[in-house]
Design a protein around this ligand. Sequence first.
Ligand code: HOZ
Length: 434
Amino acid sequence: MDGMMTSPGTKRSESLFARARQVIPGGVNSPVRAFRSVGGTPFFTERADGPYLHTAEGKQLIDFVCTWGPAIHGHNAPEIRTALEEALPRGTSFGTPAPAEVEMAERLVRTVPSAEKVRLVNSGTEATMSCVRLARGFTGRDKIIKFAGCYHGHVDSLLISAGSGALTHGRPDSAGIPESFARETVVIDYNDSHAFREAFNANSGQIAAVILEPYPANVGLILPHAGYLRELRKLCDEAGALLIFDEVMTGFRVAPGGVQEAEGVQPDLTALGKIIGGGLPVGAFGGRADIMDHLAPEGPVYQAGTLSGNPLAMAAGNASLRLLEERPPYEKLAAFGRRVADAATEAAREKGIPLQVPHSGSMFSFFLSETPVTNHPQAVAADRDAFGRLFHHALANGVYLPPSPFETCFISAAHTESTIDQTCDVLRRGIRGL
Ligand code: HOZ
């Protein structure tokens, strides 16, 4: 494949990036896209189809970012495109209730184990922000517990010790967040039950909610110790705090019902996004009916949105979820995930290179680390320069990994045996050359 897919030329992308930097801060509309963690100029994408991105230079890349998760059916899936084409002539926004949002809500309630009622929003950030406000309104308490390295979008009270772009750019605590807000957020390490108990003891009767990505996936991918999520559930119940799962990345990804289905642990509230929009901007949050009914107009917690339940977004999202029901890709995705992880791990073992490849279904990441990574301090201690070299080797050979070790790779149903074989081959050679 080296001969066929040499390193993407960057001339047009460089010129676009130079123009972008004049008018967009950092030249990007979301920081990780700037490639600061791995170096170099980001390529621009002209179009995307199936498992491939096609760059502004006309190069084809096997894509393991999958638009940061949503593209579980691959890019430009015909069924989603058709649904959009059918919806478009009926109008782009109504500002009234519409049938497709009921279909979406029913589908979410049917599939996500803990969701008795849901509300639709426009992004994962809105979903987590609304969960936190609702939890505070419901419990009458102010403090929340979050986990270092977990990223819940750019919500003020959650952008503290955050993962994803915040971590990539070395600023896990964003400027612009008042100290008084930050004081309401208690941060602890994931997978540490002792720290969790201590946090509750130190803030007795004050914790409204505990929010986490049940599989943290914005710090690389981290998996829970056996029984850990169950223990969080139990301690939340004892303390009268709500448990919020941010399943924006894992919902409909690790299983249709997300981690809560896979692990059999039910939160009180769940934030969703990405896959449920089929590539259009959608988020949702849902949970126990008695909690959700605290939302306006039923209750005192205000939340609203002009474009919430947008008919085009609902059309794409319903088509995406319908496809998952009709042709569940989960077994195939998990088999592909295992193959990539095994190929990389084996190549590293042969050469004595310290590498961990945590994976769950179609999600995986790379930590250049001697020992398994179970929390944020271990993730940031892994060798980031080596990750950057692996990233650039892959890119030069036609494989696009996320441009930061603090993100997660995704596989889509449009990936084929042959694209996975090519990827394993590229990774083996990249790892041997580290
Ligand atoms: N930070 C998000 C992924 N973990 C989105 C990144 C992007 O869209 O650039």
